[in-house]
Design a protein around this ligand. Sequence first.
Ligand code: SF4
Length: 459
Amino acid sequence: MLNGTTAEVKERSALRINPAKTCQPIGAMYAALGVHGCMPHSHGSQGCCSYHRSQLTRHFKEPVIATSSSFTEGSSVFGGMANFTQAIQNIFGIYNPEIVAAHTTCLSEVIGDDMSMMIKKSREEGKIPEGKEVVYANTPSFVGSNITGFSNMVVAFVKQLAQKSDVPSTRINLIPGYCDAADVREIKRIAAIMGVEIITLPDVTDVLDLPQTGIYEMYPKGGTRVADIRAMGDSTATIALGKWASHAASNKLEDLCSVPAYNLELPIGIAATDEYVDALRQAGSSDVPRSLVEERGRLLDTLSDMSQYIYKKRVALAGDDPDHIISMTRFLVEMDMVPAYVITGGLGNDFEKRVREILKDQAPNAIVKAQGDLFELHQWMKQEPVDLLIGSTHAKYIARAENNLPFVRFGFPILDRIGHRYFPSVGYMGGIRMVEKITDALFDKRDRESAEEWVELVL
Ligand code: SF4
């Protein structure tokens, strides 16, 4: 399919081909699903909502609920107020959620709908039942990415619900970033074995990784409780994982409720996980248990066993989430691999600066780009090849066009494999899994392509 890609790169300023990102409301919808009893609501046309639901459903392999204001030509011209207030009445009347988390789309942003005013009017007209909540986030897709939308919705929950009361709490807020349910589960597990009591927002465990019971529940048992979001204003501290996805919410909590923020990078690899564990230790006044030290040791052992096979291998790394890409770049450097091309579809000079800082000794000549696209990445790979490609499912066509280059799926979306649902990439255990995936991809190619007499039984 991409066999015709040429090596010659032409300067482009107003065109992206295969951008490494998707649109803001997908992130907002994902964040809303991590709140218990929440109905994500898309204020726009049905097409946007269907696309966002289908992307999330395909990645998580779970039914993703959401409602739509169902814009028609009339709403596009006269505004979406009538559709919104009617939708709110229908949602509470038919689906009875605890809370509705509404986000805008390109269309409602372009016509300038005022979400705050529309929610106020819905409440005045009695369309929001007593004790129920409606929060909103502006998520125009012509800026940012799904990660921006996720961040905006988490900020909205915090800003519109969190309160400071007179009763101090010993709990720690945890904002895990745009992660898979398996990652959130692992981040929570590490906190639990350190004995730190946390409020996780959003928490998609037991929402987007449900067991099959034969019974459909529109609002599964998982997700952050609204009461817990309110209580986040009383917590001792907030640990936020990922600058692009999570830091805006922790900073907002600090501004509004004076909850100190520990702003970290996503705990992928050794050093980043150490930083997370250390933040839990400090914020939760906790000790690091022996079992966690041993997990770390097993990751180190795996790396030393495998280092002869991965040392100095060149890697191309692409993804929608700058936080995932930054932490994976750190981990590749820890593995003594050479990230040759590092791109994100997300925004940011800060991204390029941070990645260059990580690579300054190991790969000073790496090409690093924010708002990048997969087409250009492929062209660079044609000029100077790599040994391994890491990216979302969209990147698999590049691997195929490049003679079945070893390829590891990582990030969002993963539409053609299932492991991300159950196995984390964060924490020490996630690190072991990533080393396994990387070495498997390299060994599979060697086994496939070696001459008969060179196929090794034993590593
Ligand atoms: S980019 Fe805009 S118009 Fe397209 S699906 Fe996303 S929100 Fe809808």
